[in-house]
Structure formats: C-alpha cells, structure tokens
Design a protein around this ligand. Sequence first.
Ligand SMILES: C[S@@+](CC[C@H](N)C(=O)[O-])C[C@H]1O[C@@H](n2cnc3c(N)ncnc32)[C@H](O)[C@@H]1O
Length: 284
Amino acid sequence: MACLRSKKGSPVLRGAESSVHVGRFAVVEADRETDDPQPRRVRGGAPMITESESGARNVRRPALTFKVRRRGLSPKRQAEFDQWILDWSIPMEGPLLDWAEVFPRLDGDPRDPARGVVLDIGFGHGESTIQMAHAQPELDVIGVEVHDPGVVTVLDAIVNDPLPHVRVMHGDTIPFLDRIPPSSLRIIRIYFPDPWKKQRQHHRRLVRSDVVTALVDRLEPGGELHLATDIADYAELMEQVCDAEPRLTGGIIPRPESRPLTRFEQRGLDEGRPPTDLVYHRII
Ligand SMILES: C[S@@+](CC[C@H](N)C(=O)[O-])C[C@H]1O[C@@H](n2cnc3c(N)ncnc32)[C@H](O)[C@@H]1O
C-alpha cells in the first residue's frame, strides 16, 4: 500500500481500500448488523484521504455509514423505480460531472452558470429534499440516498410534481464524491445522519474530519455546509470537526424555519431530543 502525507500531515492511502457502493451501480459490502458476513472494520483512527483526478480529496473507508436494509418495493413501484432511475439519476461511477450536462434547460438554452448546486446527503424519505426544491427553484439539487423507498419517492416528485432541477444518486455518497468537481457546490446538507450511538459504532459516523475535508474541497468559496442532528454528542463532534477545518467558519445556529420537519426529526422530538443545527461557510 502506498502511503503519503496529506496537507495536514494525516496519512494518505492510495489504492488501499476498496470503496463500498450500494444500489444498482455498485456492490454491497456486508455488515454484522445485517447478519451478513463480517466486513473489515476500522475503529476511529487516522483519516483516510486520497486525491482524486480532479485534485479534490476523497475518503476511502471500509466502514458503512448507513444500515443495509432490504425492504422491497411493490411490483408497480419497482417498475416505476426501474424506469425513473434511468431517466433521472446520476451513476455513482464515471467521469467528473459537468453541471450543464447534468441539469440541461428544458428549452434548450444554455444553463445559467450562476445557478448553485446543492448536495443533499442521506435524504431518507425525501421530505426535506422535495420541500426545499419547491421552495428554492433557483438551486439545482442532487439528492443522495441508499434506500430504495426514499429514492423512488424523490424520483416520483421529479417526474410528477415536477421538479426538473432535481437529480438522484442512488448509493453511497463517499465514492460518489469522486465525480463532483472541486469548488462546485453552493450548499451541502446533511440532516440527521445515522447516529451510530454506541461508542463501538462511532467510526461509522458520516461527519468526521476526513469526510468534511473532502466535502469542503467541493464547496464553492462562500458555500455553505448545513448539518443537523438530535444526538448531543454527535452535535459536539460535528462542531469540533468543523471548527478544526481552517477553511470553515460558523457554528451552531437556531433551528432555521426553512428546514422542513421530517419524520426522523419528529421522532427525536417525541423522544425528547431537540435538534441542533450547525451552519458553516467556506471562507478560503
Ligand atoms: C436518519 S436518516 C435521515 C434522513 C433525512 N436526512 C431526514 O432528515 O429525515 C439518515 C439517512 O442517511 C442515509 N445515509 C447514511 N449514510 C449515507 C451515505 N454514505 N450515502 C448516502 N446516504 C447515506 C441513510 O440511508 C438514511 O436514510
């Protein structure tokens, strides 16, 4: 395994870890929680960062940040999924994306390069993705989610609401980052990432320094990283990780009314866990 040093002095692994993909474009790596064979595990430890062809960094992690579930769709829904995913999704693997190609204007005119692109990571059932896309038609949106029921809900909204400025990536965000050009995202949203509450599961948390480094590489200068969680120690971790990233400034904010209430957030409120929102901006 080739081992280099990143800018911050963290170990840089090249070609060492196989990416974990899910969905129609990738291979599922199994997890003990699903009764499947045991994957390799890395507990906490040093960030694993590689440089992608674009120069932006990416993360190689053997641990999944989501739970593998196998809830099927009805035959009718599956047929819709199979059609819509071809029409409205972005494959996980491929060359660097060009927003003008991903979001062509329906009238054939060139896309306005001033339009911002939002990356909405782990949209769950898609409530906030859909509502915010309606509220902000001036922003193009890429929603990323692993689980089929939420993916088909957002695809349905793209087709039938319609929301022509929204696309879906069905799979794991981490390897998909390789396709996102540096400094090209206006907003990154991570709302209520899987909490992985037990200490021994913390290495699965999505918000950690190597992931944040890779995300900030892809934020425009001035771009926004908006995080929300109802897990107190995860909020502390988010704050620590973002405060330690020299290109970010920001912190905890009052819950913004613009962020829709989802069933995940409602469940937390019902169980006595109010949310914490954090907003950071890329300053350099
Ligand atoms: C607790 S849910 C929250 C959903 C939604 N953001 C909300 O606020 O209602 C977290 C979601 O993140 C997804 N997720 C976790 N890791 C992911 C990853 N690496 N790529 C894409 N989705 C991921 C999970 O599948 C899950 O649906």
